[in-house]
Design a protein around this ligand. Structure first.
Ligand SMILES: [Mg+2]
Length: 508
């Protein structure tokens, strides 16, 4: 990578050539996927969220930090027993897209029909029948909380552990909802008093990954005439430190991270940025105070705070699909910017890389699964044929016809054969179904031992998949993936297919 950067500094015109070279060598896990078409040629401004978008955090380190800081608050501010401080964080236990049932103390994975497909009470798996026939109403915020951002994984895991301890009688009198609220409030405290962020700033390399292609990707956008902006909810002091760490040492021809961006907006208050009427302020970089916005356009190199999308569109003279916004938060970054502002959106889904790698590693087992399900279909067809032949035979025997002895014997023989075929068929179905069940759970466990794959549950799309599919124009695992794709690409979506569209495939 270093040699690539050196080569670029010497002769920037090689950028495209090198990009093309890298493009053919990159593996498919870093592709850019299309839900709705985006014509990059029409895009004039590209905006970026910072946390978990430009800044990729080291999962284990950042989540363990949030987990332990929250525990400290639970003990010091909420009166929870001190031995909680001994709890260990397990970064492998929770995935995104789950729902917390605050009433029952459960964690749920639901499918696109809002049916519960997996349930855990604390660390204990419960049968799905616990929610038999329940369609979960996600809009019931009093009952359900969603685990949508990577930042919400530690709090969900903490909830799991506290539910176990509550059931063991170790925490005193609390309802499950109170446990959850106490965790939430404690996490909020660590954000508000800056204890979490000051720990991150004190050791940035420990918590944040320096993506070697990030500066190259941003540079590539700029070289192709796009204007970039940052729109983050983080405060000025934190944004400055993190962005400086991410970009300052990577000098193509940029002397500061600020040189990459036309406009920098901190304290953006998303999602209300996309529907609110907050005015813009200019940040005084010494006192960090919000000053009234001076008249005229926004200036490069200055830091602005708050604001709203309509004011931004007016200030930059671009609107709607001329603006592409890249973020990691379905509701904060993508849904709102799509619903209220009509901006095009890119969702960063970090987990895509490992999910796709696992899918690749599971190729043989997936093929075997397809063979088994085909076989099952064939067996069900045979069963149906034998059963209807048996019905015909029985109807024939019930008629008043006097059969001759040889005819009678032939009928008996046919009945015997049909009975034996039916029995064999049923047995084979049972065996095949068992194999399918076994293989399905093997595949699911390979993705994730507790919750299975991120985008599926059984044969359906998961709630998370529905959100990704429904709200983002494009999705990809990280911002720097744009470096590996042609600049003015027209991102074309796949043809939407209905189940009956597959009918033609039978003939091909
Ligand atoms: Mg973010």
């Amino acid at each position: 990578m270093e040699s690539l950067k050196r080569a670029l500094r010497k002769s920037p015109e090689k950028l495209q050539l090198l990009a093309d070279l890298v493009e053919v060598s990159i593996d498919g896990t870093r592709d850019i996927f299309v839900n709705r078409p985006v014509d990059m040629e029409h895009v004039r401004y590209i905006g970026f969220d910072m946390d978990y978008t430009l800044a990729i955090y080291h999962k284990q380190e950042i989540e363990a930090l949030a987990f332990h800081k929250t525990l400290e608050k639970l003990v010091s501010q909420k009166g929870y027993p001190e031995d909680l401080l001994q709890l260990e964080y397990n970064a492998e236990h929770i995935i995104r897209g789950l729902l917390v049932d605050r009433h029952k103390g459960n964690l749920l994975k639901i499918n696109r029909f809002k049916q519960v497909q997996r349930v855990y009470h604390g660390t204990q798996e419960l049968p799905v029948s616990t929610y038999y026939n329940d369609r979960v109403d996600q809009s019931d915020a009093e009952r359900y909380a969603s685990v949508d951002t990577l930042f919400s994984l530690p709090e969900a895991y903490l909830f799991v552990l506290l539910v176990d301890r509550q059931d063991a009688g170790l925490l005193g009198e609390h309802s499950y909802a109170e446990l959850y609220d106490d965790i939430r409030e404690s996490i909020d405290m660590t954000h508000r008093d800056g204890s979490l962020k000051s720990a991150i700033i004190a050791d940035l390399p420990r918590y944040i990954y320096q993506d070697p292609h990030l500066s190259l990707a941003l540079d590539k956008f700029i070289q192709s005439g796009k204007k970039l902006f940052v729109l983050t909810n983080s405060e000025y002091y934190y944004t400055e430190k993190v962005m400086d760490f991410l970009l300052d040492s990577d000098n193509l021809e940029y002397t500061s991270w600020r040189d990459y961006f036309e406009i920098i907006i901190v304290n953006g208050r998303k999602p209300s940025f996309f529907n609110g009427k907050n005015p813009f302020y200019l940040v005084d970089e010494t006192t960090e105070a919000d000053l009234p916005l001076p008249p005229g356009p926004l200036e490069q190199g200055k830091i602005y705070s708050q604001g709203n999308y309509l004011a931004l569109e007016e200030l930059i003279g671009a609107q709607g699909n001329e603006i592409l916004y890249v973020g990691d938060h379905i509701f904060g970054d993508v849904l709102r910017s799509d619903k209220d502002s009509n901006w095009q959106t890119v969702l960063v889904v970090e987990e895509l890389e490992s999910e796709l790698r696992k899918t690749e590693e599971l190729r043989d087992r997936q093929l075997r699964m397809r063979r088994l399900t085909n076989k099952l279909d064939k067996l069900h067809y045979e069963l149906h044929m034998y059963s209807s032949q048996m019905n015909t035979l029985q109807r024939l025997e019930q008629t008043e016809v006097d059969f001759t002895e040889p005819e009678r014997r032939a009928l008996d023989k046919t009945r015997e054969e049909l009975n034996s075929n039916l029995a064999l068929c049923r047995k084979d179905i049972e065996r095949t179904e068992k194999k399918i069940r076994h293989l399905r759970s093997e595949i699911s466990n390979y993705y994730h031992p507790v919750w299975g794959p991120l985008f599926h549950v059984e044969d359906e799309m998961s709630r998370f998949a529905v959100q990704v599919r429904g709200y983002a124009s494009l999705y990809t695992s990280r911002v720097s993936n744009f470096f590996f794709h042609p600049l003015e690409r027209y991102y074309k979506s796949l043809r939407d297919i209905m189940p009956h569209d597959r009918w033609m495939e039978l003939f091909s």
